[in-house]
Write a new protein. Structure first.
Length: 326
């Protein structure tokens, strides 16, 4: 049993690491261990300890419950990594980059599958929408840090400097996710309205200037036009398929499900940029079914529903133009 669990953990490590990374070197860094000691564990001569398995799980976002094949469907198994008191924990920007790196590793695994699928039911702008836009991405990050009071004496939006490490990670996220074979978005009708409300609120607090609002507004208009173009064509720039639905009911949260090569991941969006995720088969199945069930309350606007599509995106442009008019 011990050897089987060790083999399962080694297989999970290999599955979660891209082909261009040396696994032994990676584990040497994670475990602060010599090369020969790592190779003995990879060969199964010496099993990983529980502490070592936990460190690997935390760093590589591996679900241990899924690795040991827990089958009890009465319990929900989620990977929790939420920074709720950032002043006492890690640098908030490092935490943000770790979240994106987690997603990037997942997207890289999905590239290996010809039938990879992403399902998103969203009531707020997802990373996939806004990370290509520098000022919108910066505002979302600023809003999160400001709310969590992660940086003492935080200044205005203009004062915040986004490190090169952060912007580079965001660019890699954008480049990777566009190769998912088929992505389905089910959008709450207020998905843009809530973002615009956030911008107006910070503008009222004098934390955003007129110029800041204009830059964000211009990018939002660009985003809306890009999404409208994707909806009309039904494809990303990379040629991968996209289906966009507009929900006719309010979505109380954002739900995400990824499927690739016989594996699944489910995510819940919580506390602005944070996510909780699970690879437990029961949880993934429930999440997948829930997202798919929302289609019956939604209107497909990609490659169909032309009138509904035009009306929806024109409404979003009108909302975007009202930004800052308070």
């Amino acid at each position: 049993m011990k050897n089987q669990l060790n083999d399962e953990l080694v297989a999970a490590i290999r599955n979660n690491v891209s082909d261009d990374i040396n696994i032994a070197n990676l584990l040497m860094d994670i475990l602060s261990m010599g090369k020969e000691a790592v190779y003995r564990r990879l060969r199964g001569d010496v099993p990983f300890t529980l502490e070592e398995a936990f460190l690997i799980s935390s760093k590589l976002s591996i679900s241990l419950d899924n690795t040991v094949n827990i089958k009890n469907s009465k319990h929900a198994f989620y990977d929790l990594d939420l920074d709720l008191n950032l002043n006492e924990q890690k640098n908030p920007l490092d935490h943000y980059c770790e979240k994106l790196e987690h997603c990037i590793r997942l997207f890289q695994k999905m590239h290996k599958s010809e039938d990879s699928k992403a399902r998103l039911a969203i009531n707020s702008l997802p990373y996939m929408f806004y990370l290509p836009y520098r000022h919108i991405a910066k505002f979302r990050l600023y809003r999160w840090i400001y709310q969590m009071q992660a940086t003492p004496h935080m200044g205005t939006y203009k004062d915040m400097v986004v490190p090169l490490k952060v912007s580079d990670t965001e660019k890699r996220f954008v480049a990777e996710h566009r190769y998912i074979s088929h992505t389905t978005f089910i959008m709450d009708q207020n998905v843009f309205k809530s973002f615009i409300g956030d911008v107006n609120y910070f503008y009222k607090l004098n934390l955003l200037s007129d110029i800041d609002v204009k830059l964000i507004k211009n990018e939002l208009m660009e985003m809306i036009s890009e999404l409208e173009s994707i909806a009309a064509k039904g494809t990303q720039r990379t040629g991968t398929k996209v289906s966009i639905y507009i929900s006719n009911i309010d979505l109380e949260s954002s739900y995400i499900h990824f499927e690739y090569g016989g594996s699944e991941n489910s995510f819940l969006r919580v506390f602005s940029i944070n996510i909780i995720d699970s690879q437990n088969p029961t949880i993934c199945s429930i999440q997948k079914e829930w997202i798919d069930s929302l289609k019956k309350y939604s209107t497909l606007i990609s490659e169909s529903g032309e009138m509904q599509r035009i009306r929806f995106f024109n409404q979003q442009r009108d909302l975007a133009l009202s930004m800052g008019n308070i």
